[in-house]
Design a protein around this ligand. Structure first.
Ligand SMILES: [Zn+2]
Ligand SMILES: [Zn+2]
Length: 424
């Protein structure tokens, strides 16, 4: 028997944190934060945190990682198992989370010392993807790429014969990043799985979404406007660049220096990349992408050469973003296309809510998570006895649960933080 306590991340978007209590030990899966006014941190239990055997971190995004120093503040002294690539990306996330918290008028609940106390160990030093390795006697782990971000992984844990699968954030649709799943014999009779269901019961596939995205870009450019894609430093921006470069061969593509750094980091370690895409991607980048400073981007945006801009600030929170926004708002033909989750209280959310933002603000999702088709595929492959759907508001995972149950899937759980699931 084991229990899973949701400390965050189920029934909501953000602060992913799952406490897994086996008979003789407990582990934690992720420890993230949530942007917004309330409930920014997981429901941590200091006494339980101190007793953890270890912590696993699936990837660098703040909604999985930025509350980890709280564990050390509360007296945890163990290690955080992750990938080297994830650990390297975290400095940027710590800096931007601190900025976000302070700009929102709050105080960071941990110090630089707590961040420095975090001890990382790397799963790739222990075993190749898809192979078991021993964490401590009685506890084994297995990992593989999840296609969501460079360094992002799924995890399989085995404690005294009881196995648990955690998808992390998972995308089978990436054009650049590899993803796989554990081999069938490892998940035979799988008691429990925690699955990324950020897009809940949405059935739209990536191809359809891309068609709609490309059509919008085409319309804006034809009408003489520029397109601005605010994206994270790592992740979907690099895939979107490739798509617009291929689709609009006569349009200039400009990115900022932060996105360029993200590109350099991505290609430093090819472990996460689809090998066939590496050479064409690098060629595309050097021949098509112009890297400019923030000021040069602002100047170019008031010019008439039709251009697609990509900047590494998805919620438009920085001073650079507000400068560019001011320039962009001079021309109603210009369009800002938001391709990811829009967090409440951010500049991007405010723009979306404005009746006359002075510029077109359009949403097009680029999938880096799972919705109904991908969750179904994962259930068919892993056949877990009990499945917890996470990464989406409760009313949405309820809808997904209802659809899955109607299709014949059993023991599908939709819940909220504070809930506990007991697995026999
Ligand atoms: Zn993520
Ligand atoms: Zn996430």
């Amino acid at each position: 028997m084991f229990q899973v306590e949701v400390w965050g991340g189920a029934g909501e978007h953000g602060r992913s944190c799952y406490y897994v209590q086996f008979e003789q030990r407990a582990v934690l899966l992720d420890c993230g934060v949530k942007k917004g006014q309330e409930e920014m941190y997981p429901l941590l239990d200091a006494a339980k945190a101190r007793e953890l055997s270890c912590v696993f971190l699936s990837h660098a995004h703040e909604d999985h990682s930025m509350a980890i120093p709280l564990l050390y503040r509360d007296g945890y002294t163990g290690v955080v198992w992750t990938t080297r690539s994830t650990a390297q990306q975290l400095d940027n996330y710590f800096a931007s989370w601190q900025r976000y918290v302070e700009d929102a008028g709050y105080e960071l609940p941990y110090t630089k010392e707590h961040i420095e106390q975090v001890r990382y160990r790397f799963v790739e030093d222990m075993a190749s993807p898809g192979q078991w390795f021993t964490i401590e006697p009685g506890l084994q782990a297995c990992w593989g790429p999840s296609g969501h971000l460079a360094g992002s992984i799924w995890l399989l844990l085995k404690n005294d014969g009881k196995t648990l699968f955690y998808s992390g954030d998972y995308s089978p649709d990436s054009k650049l990043l590899i993803s796989d799943l554990p081999s069938p014999e490892y998940v035979h009779d799988l008691p429990f799985a925690i699955l990324d269901a950020a897009y809940a019961d949405d059935e739209t596939g990536q191809e359809q979404l891309l068609k709609e995205f490309v059509a919008t870009c085409e319309r804006v450019l034809k009408q003489g406007g520029h397109v601005w894609l605010p994206v994270p430093r790592f992740g979907r921006g690099h895939e979107l660049i490739q798509i617009v470069a291929e689709t609009f061969p006569d349009t200039q593509i400009v990115c900022d220096e932060r996105l360029e750094q993200g590109f350099q980091t991505l290609f430093e370690e090819e472990l996460w990349l689809k090998s066939e895409s590496v050479v064409p991607y690098k060629e595309m980048w050097s021949s098509r992408v112009q890297v400019l400073s923030q000021e040069q981007i602002r100047q170019k945006s008031v010019g008439s050469d039709k251009t697609i801009f990509l900047t590494a600030d998805p919620m438009l929170q920085s001073k650079d973003a507000s400068n560019l926004l001011e320039a962009f708002q001079n021309k109603p033909e210009n369009a800002i296309i938001l391709t990811g989750h829009v967090y409440p209280g951010t500049c991007a959310a405010r723009l979306l809510a404005e009746e006359e933002p002075g510029v077109q603000v359009i949403r097009h999702r680029y999938k880096i998570h799972q919705g109904l088709p991908e969750v179904t595929r994962m259930l068919d492959q892993l056949k877990p006895k009990t499945t917890l759907l996470v990464h989406s508001p409760k009313e949405k995972t309820d809808r997904l649960q209802a659809k899955l149950v109607a299709q014949g899937y059993k023991n599908i759980v939709s819940c909220t933080p504070g809930d506990r699931i007991v697995i026999d």
